[in-house]
Design a protein around this ligand. Structure first.
Ligand code: MN
Length: 393
């Protein structure tokens, strides 16, 4: 597997659920497997060079961006967005450079796509609250409690941030949140000396669907266009975010021949186990897909108390590693047994069985399954209460 393909993971780990099954918590804007596109790479260079004020190179990067399909309105939006992070002088110089580039291309008979304008803002609610909501979406955290730090000391700048940056600017839909974060991260990295802000924007970037690998590519583009010291300083902050992020990140450990993947709990969008195959509430979170020539994949599955799978078999068997709580499992014709954190269960191929939580406590296991011709499971009827509740002897 070259990249982290969420769709593939879902099919592999969701116990053979049809691909049309939609994850219940789609919180990512972009598929996690995406590389930075040529367009996004040009946004990185444009933002970095605008922040640096290197207008000669900015001209080149704007040309490359327009060649890569960036619309004039998107390029303009990148430069407008930048004023919040680099100040009006850099932003206006960038916009003037864009005007010159577009004029020059017109003279050379290059037909650039103007692209669509931002949709009119229909929400007439309180602007501060709107901005607050956008910020909550970006960070994935509720803004609760009294104001602290700079917001308490300077309520006006807190208001400017919420009303102007996060409402006025972010509500403009010419750029997606993830692209806006590419702009911000690139600008902050190029400015340097703003590590706390860079750190929080790297966190936001990961939260709105950018991957650690894409952020790695972002720093490579900056190294090429802006400089190695700036890129290295940015990489250091990203490493910190990955370390501290704990369950917020997927860490990809790559070299040119292989992708090792460290998948932290909570790093992937979880999906509900479908009613057809599960009793009670079950969440499935993909962990990794080995990719060819391997056929192994793994996912974390959490069963709430009382929840269990239907009867099923696996064409090539399955290993369960219990990581939390207490559960029950049973092979047809055998006794129901209790499984606890640390227990490892091997279920051979084509053996009818079920697994789940106990009636009173939840259970999480990592399910490691090999696929045979893309198939990991064959589902059968649900486990009745009579069978599920049989006392353990
Ligand atoms: Mn199983």
């Amino acid at each position: 597997m070259k990249h982290f393909a969420l769709a593939t993971l879902w099919t592999l780990f969701s116990f053979g659920v049809a691909e049309s099954q939609t994850p219940s918590t789609p919180r990512k804007e972009t598929p996690i497997s995406q590389e930075l596109s040529a367009k996004q790479k040009s946004i990185v260079a444009i933002a970095g060079l605008t922040a640096k004020g290197d207008l000669a190179k900015l001209k080149d990067s704007l040309n490359k961006g327009l060649d890569a399909g960036l619309t004039i309105n998107e390029a303009k939006e990148v430069l407008v967005h930048l004023y919040a992070y680099t100040g009006f002088p850099r932003s206006l110089n960038g916009i003037n450079t864009l005007i010159a580039v577009v004029e020059d291309r017109k003279k050379r008979s290059i037909k650039d796509n103007v692209g669509r304008e931002a949709s009119p803002i229909k929400n007439v609610g309180d602007k501060y609250e709107r901005g607050k909501k956008v910020l909550e979406t970006l960070t994935g955290r509720k803004e609760t409690g009294p104001k602290t730090g700079f917001a308490a000391f300077s309520p006006e700048i807190d208001r400017f941030l919420k009303e102007h940056l996060f409402a006025d600017i972010f509500e403009r839909d010419v750029l997606k949140y993830s692209d806006r974060e590419i702009v911000t991260i690139s600008a902050l990295t190029s400015l340097g000396g703003v590590e706390p802000q860079l750190k929080s924007h790297l966190g936001i970037g990961l939260n709105v669907g950018l991957t650690a690998s894409q952020l790695g590519q972002l720093f490579s583009v900056l190294e090429e266009n802006v400089g190695k010291p700036e890129a290295d300083a940015g990489r250091k902050v990203l490493a910190e975010v990955a370390r501290e992020g704990g369950n917020k990140t997927v860490v990809e450990m790559k070299n040119e021949n292989s992708d090792m993947v460290l998948s932290k709990p909570g790093s992937q969008a979880a999906s509900l186990g479908p009613e057809q195959y599960f009793t009670g509430r079950v969440t499935v979170e993909p962990a990794f897909s080995g990719g060819e020539p391997s056929r192994v994949g793994a996912g974390r599955v959490t069963f709430e108390a009382g929840a269990r799978s239907a009867w099923h078999t696996h064409p090539l068997g399955q290993t369960l590693v219990v990581t939390n709580g207490v559960g029950w499992t049973q092979v047809e014709g055998g006794p129901k047994v209790e499984i606890r954190a640390g227990d490892v269960v091997w279920c051979p191929s084509n053996t009818r069985h079920w697994h789940g939580a106990t009636a009173t406590s939840s259970m999480t296991h990592i399910a490691i399954t090999e696929s045979l011709d893309g198939r990991v499971v064959d589902w059968m009827e649900k486990v009745s209460d009579d069978i599920y509740m049989v006392p353990i002897k």
